[in-house]
Each structure stands twice: as structure tokens, then as C-alpha cells.
Design a protein around this ligand. Sequence first.
Ligand code: ARG
Length: 603
Amino acid sequence: MLILHQKLTEITQAALQQAFPEEFASSLKSGSPLNAQLVYASKPEFGDFQINGALSLSKALKQPPRNIALEIIKQLNKDEKFLEICQLPQIAGPGFINLTIKGSQITSALISRLNDDRLGIPLVQKSKKEQLSRVVVDFSSPNIAKEMHVGHLRSTIIGDSIARVLEFRGHEVLRLNHVGDWGTQFGMLINYLKTVSPKALQEPDAIDLGDLVEFYRQAKKRFDEDSEFQDASRKEVVKLQSGDHESLQSWGLLCEQSRKEFEKIYTRLDIRLQERGESFYNKFLQAVVDELKASGLLVTDNGAKCVFLNGVTGKDGKPLPMIIQKSDGGFNYATTDLAAIRYRLHSSPQGDGANRLIYVTDAGQASHFAGVFQIAKRAGWLKSNARLEHVPFGLVQGEDGKKLKTRSGQTVKLRELLDEAVSKAETDLRQRLQDEGRQESEAFINHVSKTVGLAAVKYADLSQNRVTNYQFSFERMLALQGNTAPYLLYALVRIAGIARKGGDLYIQNNVTLNLTENIEWELAKALLKFDAVILEVEEELLPNRLCSYLFELSQIFNRFYDQLPILKTNETTKNCRLILCRLTADTLKQGMNLLGIPTLERM
Ligand code: ARG
């Protein structure tokens, strides 16, 4: 529908101009042209598009909205291009105009999708108005020597989907894993390991991540209790940060242990990521301080170098500072993020040359990002077209609404969580096979359980509005009914079944579409909305919009499938319905691919 939306926008703007030539001309001069506001219809009973502008234009045009709407309609009815696309416009309520696309336009748009493997989604380079951009998606980003937790899982799944949508649109995407691999935890850890497990600092594979996490916990405890240990640990950090060879080597080994564990999760979830941890920006931290000083933003407060944030005040009403360099000379998480922004925006070779930076983390970091974004802007690092966006998400909760924990009250390990999803999917599948009296090979059962289990975890996360907290429930995410991955997968399996029963989904010659039933039209129109949904996700970074769309499409398809014969009907009708099936399958597959979810032919 993108192309139709575009054409109709031009047409309605022209109609508005012709209806009110003088007012339109002066609005152009003033720099805020009158807008007829053509949008997608909010309900099917309103047709396909609505012109909503009459109400808000009433003041500027000094006329009641209904008159404005009537004037616009008069012009539309004179426009041949309009009459080719739409049925006669209908006025509704106080001055809305409802537009319904002609059937012939719908069918020809569908036919052109048959030969378009991008399903109507344009590539950014192709259009003149948009610019190809380089985008950084900073996601996943767990911390070395700590277990990856469910928050990182959310970041990984949401970030990957956002990156996929941007890539599909043709943007150049840098998928960056900003791992926490620098800072005070290493001083503590190295110092502790020196006494309890020196091997871990000298040989690879001496310990695994589980041990490392436990050592980290013990080291932290010791650090909090023992002041001598504290001093030694601080010295260790200084040694590391000043580039001491031995320290760096130990550090490298520790990072390697964690990395291996992270990799296992990424492989399982099919995630591509480039690791560029906090340590990478170490060499730029001083430059950040210098530049902030040169731009006059840096203030020394109690020995710490900081920037006071505009519009952010503490309880006492005074502006809050963001500390850039502590009084002991150490740098903060925020300093590294400033160095990262600076590097990512700077043109190559001194930087990534990106113009859109996207950060996917829990909502708890919102004020951190608001702060660093503000400082970067005030320091003048942003070109006019640059966008910095924090993509926050809510907490993962157990079914009791509290923080997700295992039955014994421990934090849930990602590996175990994924294992459980797969094993629960397997139990469900075996039960279903038994109920249906089906015999399947173990290889089939393994493959289906693995795909369904992981798909369910990903989809459950993506289908929520990411900003709200989300309740994790294996039962709900694996259900065959409702807005779940198995429901979508099942629609695809039905279509594959039609093909197995002899339906040729890829009929090449003499394609004519002769839609007669309401549900066929509904399905056709739903298919055409895919392109607009993808552009919306690209803009608003809300993958749940894509999920809702795919869910709705599957629901409409299932109604179509239940109501109408597909194979057992005359040749022309059959072919036409097979084409609808095929486009549904293509759209679902592409959509799920953009969510990072694999699909199945049988389940
Ligand atoms: N390591 C951080 C955490 O676990 C997330 C980092 C997000 N990215 C960033 N550039 N700050 O919370």
C-alpha cells in the first residue's frame, strides 16, 4: 500500500491546493504548508484511507470542517488519477473523508508482488528523498565475568530484529556488542584469582564461566570486607589500564572465557554481532575530557570533573552532574559511552561515520542515555542529520509478577531457560503426535522442538510492547492459540500442506486474480499492508508492530482457509486462492525472518 499511499498523498494535497488556492499559497510561503492528512484508515469500515485534515484546517481556512471536506471531495471527483484509484469518496462524522481503493488496484498490486521478492518494501538507496545511512545498533552487551541474564536476552532478541529490519531496508548496519570488559571488576578479579586460582590467569580453559562468575562473587565479597584487598585491587586496575603486559594477558584470558559462553548463546539464537567492548574506547577517554573542557562544559566539583545536565535536577532543585572523571582519575561508564558516541559519529578512518545510533538496553538506563546524548549534542559532535536513540525495554518478570527466578530462588541462567523452552516444546509435540495418531522420526521431533522452543522465546519477547514489563510464561508462549510463534508457524504449515496435496503455489502463466469473497478481499488488503508496517518499524523501532501485523495476517488467513475450499473448486478460483496462499506464506516467512525467527514446513 506504500505506493498507493504516496500517490494519494500527492493527489489529496493537490485537491486541497485547488480548493483553497490563496490560503495554500500563503501557507507555502510561511513555511508550514496546509496538510490534508491522508492516513491509513483506523477501521475497515472507514475504507482503506482517511483524509483527516478538515478538522484541524478549520481555523486556518475559517470554515466549518464539513465545508472543507466537501470542497476537497469536489476537487477529488474531478481528478482522473484519483478516480482510477478510488471509489467515490464518502464524508463521515464532522468532516472526515473515507477512501476505498478500487478492487482492480488491489489485484494489480498483488500481481506485482508475485514478481517482487522484496514484497513491496523499497530499498533506501532507490528513493531520492531518503539517504542511505550507516546505523549502529548497540545491543546484547553483557558483562565479562558475569552471567548473561534475561535482560541481555531481551536486548539481544530486540536488537537483532531491529538490525534485521534496517538491513533489509538497505541501511548499512554495524551490530555492536558493547561488552563490559573494562573497569574495576577486573582489578578485583585478577587480584583474587592470583591467590585462589593463578592458573586461570595463565592458561586458557582453566575455568569456565560458571566458576568465573562464582570467583567474581567471592572477590566482590572480599573487596567489600577487606580494605587491604581493596587497595591491592585498585592498584591492579591502574596496572591494567596503564597497559601492563602481564595484567593485559590475564585480562585477555578472562575475557576469552566469557566470550566462549556468550558465543554459545549467540550461535543458538542465530545472532551475528561484532564485539567491540568498553576497553576499545580506553584510548579515547582522555580526548573526551579534553574536548569537553575546550567546549566549556566541564566543571570541577569536589575534585571530580563533571558536566551539569540541563533540565535534570536533583531533589534540592539543583542541576545534576554527570561525572566524567572521578577525583582519583578513574573514568566512568558514562565516559566510555561518550567516547563511543564520538567515535561512532566521527567519519572514518577515525570513526564509524554513522548517523543513527541505536542503543537497546533496559529502561533503567534511560536517564544515563538521556545524559550522555545531551552532552554529546552540547559538545557539538552531532551533524544535523544524526539521530541518537535509546530503545528501552521493561523487566522480565516471572508469572507471579516478580523478578524472574528459578524455583529454588536463583537467577535464571539463559542456557537453562532456552533448554527448558525446547524441552517443553518437545513434550507438547509428543503429546500432539499421540493425539493425532502420527508417527514421526526422532530427527523430526528434535528439529521441530528446537525450532518451536526458540521461536516461542523470541516471539514472546518481541510481541510485547517492549517498554512495558513482560511476564515470562512457557505455557503461554508455546500455546498453539493466541499471539504466539506456534500460531504463526502453524499458518505456514497449513500452506505447506496445501502444496503437498498438489496445490501449485508458484503458478507462473496467465495469472489473473478474480476475487469474489469478502474474506479474499480482506486477506488481499492485509497482504498489501506489509510494506507500510516495515517502514513503521524502521522508524519507531517497535518490533511488536510487526508481530501484531503477522498475527492479524495469520488470523485472516485461517478464516480464509476455514471458510473457502482451496483445491476443490474450479480451476480459475483455485489458482486465485493458491496465489493468496503463496503471498501469505511469502509474507509470513519474510516477516518472521525479520524477527529472527526460523520457520517450518511441518510441525
Ligand atoms: N553492559 C551494559 C549492561 O549490562 C549494557 C551496555 C549497553 N551499551 C552501552 N553503550 N552502554 O547493562
